[in-house]
Design a protein around this ligand. Structure first.
Ligand SMILES: [Zn+2]
Length: 338
């Protein structure tokens, strides 16, 4: 079945962030096709052997997504770049690691054996496929954009699998969780750029301030005015999180849910409750959280959960009817009113 990348970013030249749907099907079930080959020791000349760090099922998936993965990908845990693409990616990871929060995110990606790849075929600026644990970056991104998007995709890594899509939540709760994942990744990435600025690299935050995500960066900067330190940064991250971008997140997830429904039409629920307390866990990084219990509005508040457009409301209703096993208009009909 078709799987949307987690945290995909729509062509940056056109509009800006279009967040992602997750994949959730059990593609881990791919059986072992071949034993792991003995890996040659990586050297600066040959680079890391990308295949050697992948389970057999992942090798197949990665090779399908990025045929030139041996030259276009870097394992976050073993950064020995040989090609120009690998050097560019490794330099981006090294730069992000200069920010304390960035270093934490890179460590998480390394321990999860995440790959970062230059993807010559994507129409997205960047994406994270959580099941394959692959961050893809559009080739030819200028450096400030590459760092901005890489920080965003790295921020998605620790969200999975705990906050992955789960059809048992039902379509409405999944839509909220998707919004929360994207807003959290944007907020965390903004904090990484702030920390880079504090360490002598202001150009990346400046780029974001001028970009289509400038409202998020400005929300962060407003809180930091005249302040510094972790407490202020956590508050600023919360303010960036509250810059809510409903329509672009909703369109993308509803597209994804409709594709999933066509592939797996059996009713599934909802059978699991998405609570405020559960969702707030997404704000925790390196032992601290920007979404502490009891702060601000509940994440189920209409500010976060409401605001559906009429068209997307109709699409969500149709998906919900189907999740409950109730007959409804064909999905294609619901979509045709867009
Ligand atoms: Zn994203």
């Amino acid at each position: 079945m078709t799987r949307a990348p987690c945290a995909g970013v729509l062509a940056w030249l056109v509009a800006g962030l279009l967040a992602t749907g997750d994949a959730w099907a059990a593609d881990h079930a791919a059986t072992a096709l071949e034993p792991l080959a003995a890996a040659p020791a990586p050297t600066p000349e040959t680079g890391a052997d990308v295949d050697a760090v992948l389970e057999p099922w992942r090798r197949v998936r990665v090779a399908h997504l990025i045929p030139d993965h041996a030259r276009a990908c870097v394992p976050v845990a073993m950064r020995l770049p040989a090609t120009a693409a690998q050097k560019e990616i490794a330099a981006g990871l090294d730069l992000i690691s200069l920010a304390p929060l960035g270093a934490w995110l890179v460590d998480r990606a390394a321990s999860g054996t995440v790959l970062v790849c230059r993807d010559p075929n994507t129409h997205l600026a960047a994406y994270y496929r959580s099941q394959v644990r692959l961050i893809g970056l559009l080739a030819r991104l200028p450096e400030p954009a590459r760092i901005m998007f890489l920080a965003h995709e790295l921020a998605h890594v620790p969200q999975h699998p705990r906050f992955s899509n789960d059809r048992r939540f039902g379509p409405r709760a999944m839509l909220l969780m998707h919004r929360v994942r994207e807003a959290a990744a944007e907020a965390v990435a903004t904090r990484v750029l702030w920390q880079l600025r504090e360490r002598g690299y202001p150009e990346f935050l400046s780029y974001k301030l001028r970009s289509a995500y400038g409202d998020i960066a400005r929300a962060f900067v407003r809180v930091m005015a005249g302040r510094q330190g972790e407490v202020a940064e956590l508050r600023a991250t919360g303010a960036a999180f509250d810059q809510w971008r409903l329509r672009q997140y909703d369109d993308h997830l509803l597209d994804h849910l409709e594709r999933i429904h066509r592939n797996m039409p059996e009713p599934v629920g909802p059978r699991r409750v998405l609570s405020d307390g559960f969702l707030r866990g997404i704000g925790r990084h390196a032992g601290r959280t920007f979404l502490p219990e009891g702060s601000g509005r509940s994440l189920g508040d209409p500010y976060y959960a409401g605001g559906l457009s009429a068209e997307n409301g109709a699409r969500l209703d149709a998906l919900t009817d189907r999740a409950m096993g109730q007959p409804s208009e064909p999905l294609e009909d619901a979509r045709s009113i867009r």
